[in-house]
Design a protein around this ligand. Structure first.
Ligand code: GDP
Length: 339
């Protein structure tokens, strides 16, 4: 089914987007998520038009294992922010969507209040074939949300796989939710994630969990100081030294501590300073440029008929051991270059 030309005019779409049309925003996101060549072309013109605008959102990454309370937290934080007159976009980067086409994140029914809030926009994870594809779509969607005047963009991800690395490369501040377990231990933190986290919050600190959450937060803060003190570094996303990771407690359910978590995010932003932030964004743009190139090349490789033909031809020989893998790779690359 072809989409009417009028709907896909990038200038018109950019104007509608800037005027706050949610329909235009949805349409634009669908464009950047598409793998169709003509859609990608349009998406590129649209993004070029938008990149001229100075709009800049507070970009926050949020991670935590399933069940840690991410949706409840986003619902609480998002509502708090829209209540202050801010416009909030919520995106998801979910590796499971790459494998299954379905997503455990970003489902609007998980955040009913925010989903009904005219100042909030929730988008589930794109299932764009590869994590690179998802990163590309998410990065572009952030630009779209900024072009549409959103003040805050929350990018949510589950604490598995490479998704934190991907999200950390797209945001200013990376926030990790964890849980206290009985015995004051911390649950649901993989050490890798702590490399990116610049603010940690022990969630579900309510009712009879408050005491253990507070103790767990204190212990983790101490452990982090020790680890980071030894390696003499701040986390990768912190924008340099001078930032010591606060470990807070909060409850998405009651709303307790949510404001303090947000204050820590803003404090981290201030610590990075306008130059630090601009620097970080510049580096991210260049990394994204290459991610886009790699993604596009992968798509072209996958679509190329001569490549598929050559692969079919050399595969049995490689499997049988009669053609060395490097020679087969050369043949496939020659077919690609000639196509
Ligand atoms: P997600 O999988 O990380 O998105 O977690 P959810 O937000 O869906 O929450 C998982 C479960 O924990 C649900 O049953 C929630 O009601 C519960 N929950 C979430 N946040 C809190 C909280 O702050 N306190 C308590 N006591 N329960 C919570």
């Amino acid at each position: 089914m072809s989409t009417p030309r009028r709907l896909l005019d990038p200038d018109r779409l950019a104007a509608d987007l800037a005027a706050g049309s949610r329909a235009a925003l949805s349409r634009a996101i669908t464009l950047v998520e598409s793998t169709r060549d003509d859609h990608r072309e349009l998406a590129r013109s649209l993004l070029t038009t938008l990149s001229g605008s100075a709009a800049d959102a507070v970009r926050v990454g949020l991670s935590g294992v399933p069940g840690v309370g991410k949706s409840t937290f986003v619902e609480a934080l998002g509502t708090l922010l829209t209540g202050r007159g801010l416009r909030v976009g919520v995106l998801a980067v979910d590796p499971s969507s790459v494998r299954t086409g379905g997503s455990v994140l970003g489902d609007k029914t998980r955040m009913p209040r925010l989903a009904a809030d005219p100042n909030a926009f929730i988008r589930p994870s794109p299932s764009a074939g590869t994590l690179g594809g998802v990163a590309r779509a998410t990065a572009q969607t952030i630009t779209l949300l900024e072009g549409a005047g959103y003040d805050v963009v929350l990018v949510e991800t589950v604490g598995v796989g490479q998704s934190e690395t991907t999200v950390a490369g797209l945001v200013d501040t990376f926030l990790l939710l964890a849980l206290a377990r009985s015995g004051d231990q911390i649950q649901g933190i993989k050490m890798g994630v702590l490399e990116f986290a610049v603010v940690v919050a022990i969630n579900k600190a309510d009712g009879d969990r408050v005491v253990e959450a507070t103790a767990a937060a204190r212990d983790l803060a101490g452990a982090l100081r020790l680890v980071r003190g030894r390696s003499a570094g701040s986390p990768a996303g912190s924008g340099g030294s001078g930032w010591s990771v606060p470990v807070l407690t909060c409850s998405g359910l009651t709303g307790d501590g949510i404001d303090e978590v947000w204050a820590a995010v803003l404090r981290h932003r201030t610590t990075q300073g306008p130059d630090g932030l601009a620097d970080k964004r510049s580096r991210q743009r260049w990394e994204l440029t290459w991610a886009l190139v790699r993604d596009e090349l992968e798509q072209r490789l996958r679509r190329s008929v001569p490549v598929a033909d050559t692969a079919d031809r050399v595969r049995p020989q490689v499997l049988a051991g009669t053609l060395p893998a490097p020679a087969a790779a050369d043949a496939i690359l020659r077919a690609f270059d000639a196509s």
